[in-house]
Design a protein around this ligand. Structure first.
Ligand SMILES: Nc1ncnc2c1ncn2[C@@H]1O[C@H](COP(=O)(O)OP(=O)(O)OP(=O)(O)O)[C@@H](O)[C@H]1O
Ligand SMILES: CC(C)(CO)[C@@H](O)C(=O)[O-]
Ligand code: BAL
Length: 301
């Protein structure tokens, strides 16, 4: 080697993990299934506006399938799960940043289809029904929401055909209903739940946090504080948990409570006063004009 010349290895740019971005089912399939090689693969479904909660899902997906497996991230704001007067039009859309976050955390392929690509026949006539589990809690305020979620999740499972599908525990009712759909309808996929990622002060990360003013952001802390207060007295039973959480929310400034519930996670029903074991303490509220949800898993004695 000539004097002063760098060895070839040192000249090479550091290897950057790049994700292929696709917008059609055909392009997605070509990118996600480039060959017949049997490798594990995983999908993380999102509505975009990605944050560190989504990053945790993508990293968990990568861990699940290993270095040689494939990870897909879908980015699709599904009109079917939005009710009249909800934020479908204003929902944050930021595909370029989303692709960056997805590839930095180990995604191989991003699937960001248009509404027409997902629903080429317009509004689907045939849809999935979430049943009674979809009518409580979130379903009371958002009737039909989980039917819309399940319909698109089923379609995305068919398109991506993954071994693993990862969802956040932040949307606990959604996760429970998706698990139930997979069991009831024999989907050949393992559903993996990922713990909620929070800001240092406790606020659960959520794309809708982008709507919060500085004042709303301060008021929003009441949600996680209520859940943590309930969790602190879990050993004293369901009544104590409900009361401790309610006390934080009672009169909390800028917060309009939708529901606060202690839930049996098996069938997503309200836990009775003598309930013991693992439960979900969940809250939904409007902070200013932004509707937020959060929950913690606790062991009630
Ligand atoms: N803080 C979080 N920690 C872990 N997973 C999360 C978190 N926030 C969202 N997820 C998960 O990411 C997936 C995609 O969710 P989505 O794109 O709706 O994000 P979101 O932040 O929940 O948005 P929104 O604010 O609209 O509720 C879901 O499985 C959801 O549970
Ligand atoms: C699962 C999902 C991507 C379906 O649109 C959505 O409900 C979400 O982001 O949680
Ligand atoms: N993260 C749940 C999707 C929704 O609110 O529509």
């Amino acid at each position: 080697m000539a004097r002063g010349k760098q060895p070839a290895k040192a000249q090479r740019a550091p290897k950057v993990h790049r994700a292929v971005v696709t917008h059609t089912v055909d392009d997605f399939e070509a990118a996600f299934w480039p060959d017949e090689q049997p490798v594990d693969n995983a999908v993380v479904m999102t509505m975009g506006a990605l944050h560190e909660g989504h990053a945790a899902l993508i990293r968990a997906a990568r861990r699940q399938v290993g270095r040689d497996g494939r990870v897909a991230v879908t980015v699709f704001v599904n009109p079917l799960q939005f009710g009249a007067g909800e934020d479908l039009e204003r929902y944050p859309r930021s595909l370029d940043e989303d692709v960056k976050l997805a590839e930095e955390n180990g995604a191989d392929v991003v699937f960001a289809p248009s509404v027409d690509e997902v629903y080429p026949n317009g509004q689907p006539q045939v849809r999935l029904a979430a049943g009674p589990m979809g009518e409580r809690f979130e379903g009371t305020t958002r009737p039909g929401h989980f039917d819309g979620v399940l319909t698109v999740v089923a379609k995305l499972l068919h398109i991506t055909d993954p071994d693993f599908a990862l969802f956040g525990e932040k949307d606990a009712q959604q996760l429970a209903i998706i698990r139930r759909m997979v069991a009831d309808l024999d989907f050949d996929v393992e559903v993996v739940g990922v713990p909620t990622v929070r800001e240092e002060d406790g606020l659960a990360l959520s794309s809708r946090n982008r709507y919060l003013s500085a004042e709303d952001r301060a008021h929003a802390l009441a949600l996680s504080e209520a859940l943590f207060a309930g969790r602190d007295v879990a050993a004293q039973g369901p009544k104590a948990v409900r009361e401790a959480a309610a006390a934080v929310l009672d009169g909390a400034e800028g917060v309009t409570l939708d529901y606060l519930a202690l839930i049996d996670p098996h069938d997503f029903t309200e836990a009775p006063d003598d309930f013991q074991g693992e439960a979900v303490l969940a809250v939904a509220a409007k902070v200013g004009t932004t509707r937020l949800i959060d929950n913690v898993r606790i062991i009630v004695r």
